[in-house]
Design a protein around this ligand. Structure first.
Ligand SMILES: NC(=O)c1ccc[n+]([C@@H]2O[C@H](COP(=O)([O-])OP(=O)(O)OC[C@H]3O[C@@H](n4cnc5c(N)ncnc54)[C@H](O)[C@@H]3O)[C@@H](O)[C@H]2O)c1
Length: 445
């Protein structure tokens, strides 16, 4: 039986593992399989990425180049743009992007493109797993008919499962190998063999009864975050109106040892997951006549945060009898979260766009992001890229307002507090001591 055939290859570490899409999710996964003793091949459409990996260097912060180099040198790992090598793989895992269209509808075109390449080479004895976050039903409604169109049959010839990725870029404590993995096959055999594969690289594998449950579990996780961050953001605005310190309120509430989990406000949500994934769920719900109101409300509250930050800047300047128009505004951090280089959906983009529209002279400093491009929708006020400026004394002194958008660790906040007159802190990056000793006016979210 096909199940035993693939499972025994996995047990003997003779299964060849292919990962399609080598980004924040795919590259760490590929590396884990190679480290566990499998021959791992990464498939990319980006030639530069494939070349970098084969040259022994990593472009993902959480993966050290030395690790990639060693695995490439030992012929355990390689990357290719030639999808014909998919034929050699016993297990293929899809980790391509799942963005939204401008209409906020799911864009599964990357999944379809990757699955199309697999379909063209599908043969008896392969296990296919989708990891890209997507709406419930993608694996069994979309991929299964595509693969069975070849004449091959699920369970008889190949296996198919969904297993969501939970990687948290920049988190040194939890990485691919120690984050429990949820696995749901389209059939029981698929679940069993996919779970067996992941158990080679992950300590805890949690099998569920279907691919749909696994797809929905991932969306619940990220929707839960989006909704609770929305609640924290609303609380921040409420506290601002009442002149109460939100951060102190959250700290106090978080002392409760049960029934409360702290979420924090910020300048808006970013990244490839939290702002996008809930839309995958609400879109699917709408197809079935169901209106997911929590998702809609969270989106509304969260997407207004950049506007609120710009209001705080404007209020701060106004108190100093300055207009936004012509003011020099320096953003500290443009990545969507601390200590990483990812600017996808970052609220900084929307804040910069709004500031530029109001005539501000915007500059930024980010130790992780050397250039910021405005390729997408954030172009109302021109799409000239910005370069990160160095954080010189002169830069700090000449800024009319400093805005802490990302609380990156390498930034010397003490110096920032000493050399500037107005700071808007959207992350509570400035400690009580720094605030007490600073002569700057500090406005906190
Ligand atoms: N980044 C995260 O923190 C995170 C966490 C959990 C889940 N996810 C999910 O994982 C999936 C991948 O996200 P990511 O952050 O790794 O994206 P990414 O953009 O970093 O990487 C995707 C890679 O896929 C490549 N690619 C695109 N189409 C391809 C194709 N047809 N064939 C081969 N390669 C192709 C791209 O060139 C890119 O290198 C998404 O569905 C995302 O929602 C991401």
């Amino acid at each position: 039986m096909i199940k035993e055939q693939i499972a025994s290859l996995i047990t003997a570490k003779r299964a060849q593992v292919g990962v399609v899409g080598l980004g924040y999710v795919g590259l760490p996964l590929l590396v884990e399989f190679a480290r566990a003793g499998f021959t791992a091949t990464g498939f990319e459409i980006d030639q530069n990425k494939a070349a970098q990996i084969n040259g022994g260097s990593s472009y993902i912060g959480d993966v050290a180049s030395s690790v990639v180099k060693e695995l490439v040198d030992n012929k355990r790992l390689r990357a290719t743009t030639d999808f014909d090598h998919l034929k050699d793989c016993d297990a293929v895992i899809i980790c391509v992007p799942t963005p939204l269209r401008k209409t906020k509808e799911p864009d599964v075109s990357y999944i379809l493109a990757a699955a199309g390449e697999i379909k063209n080479r599908l043969h008896r004895g392969q296990l296919i797993i989708l990891e890209s976050t997507t709406y419930p039903g993608t694996t069994d409604e979309v991929l299964l008919p595509m693969f069975e169109d070849t004449g091959l049959k699920l369970d008889r010839d190949f296996l198919l499962a969904f297993s969501p990725e939970r990687v948290d870029p920049g988190n040194p404590q939890f990485q691919t190998h120690n984050i429990p993995k949820v696995v749901g096959g389209v059939t029981a055999d698929s679940t069993e063999v996919a779970a067996h594969l992941y158990s080679q690289i992950v300590k805890d594998v949690y099998a569920v009864s279907s691919a749909r449950v696994a797809e929905t579990a991932k969306l619940l996780e990220n929707t839960c975050r989006a909704v609770n961050i929305g609640m924290a953001n609303e609380m921040a605005r409420l506290c601002y109106a009442l002149n109460i310190d939100t951060w102190e309120v959250i700290r106090a509430a978080a002392t409760k040892p049960f029934g409360f989990m702290p979420f924090y406000p910020g300048p808006g949500i970013g990244g490839h997951c939290i702002p996008l994934d809930p839309h995958y769920l609400s879109w699917k719900a709408r197809q079935h006549g169901f209106d997911s109101r929590f998702i809609g409300l969270a989106e509304e509250v969260n997407s207004r945060m950049p506007e609120h930050v710009v209001q705080l800047i404007s209020d701060g300047l106004n108190d100093e009898r300055k207009a936004m128009n012509g003011s020099r505004i320096l953003l500290l951090g443009v990545a969507y979260k601390k200590d990483i280089d990812d600017v996808r959906e970052s609220p900084a983009l929307s804040i910069i766009d709004r500031l530029r529209t109001k005539g501000a002279n915007v500059r930024y400093h980010d130790p992780f992001v050397s250039q910021l491009r405005f390729d997408d929708a954030h172009t109302d006020a021109g799409d000239e890229p910005l370069e990160s400026v160095s954080l010189s004394d002169e830069e700090l002194r000449t800024a009319d307002c400093i805005v802490i958008v990302t609380d990156h660790s390498p930034i010397d906040y003490q110096r920032v507090c000493q050399l500037t007159s107005l700071i808007v802190d959207t992350r509570n990056a400035l400690t009580r001591d720094l605030r007490r000793d600073s002569s700057a006016r500090i406005i906190r979210l």
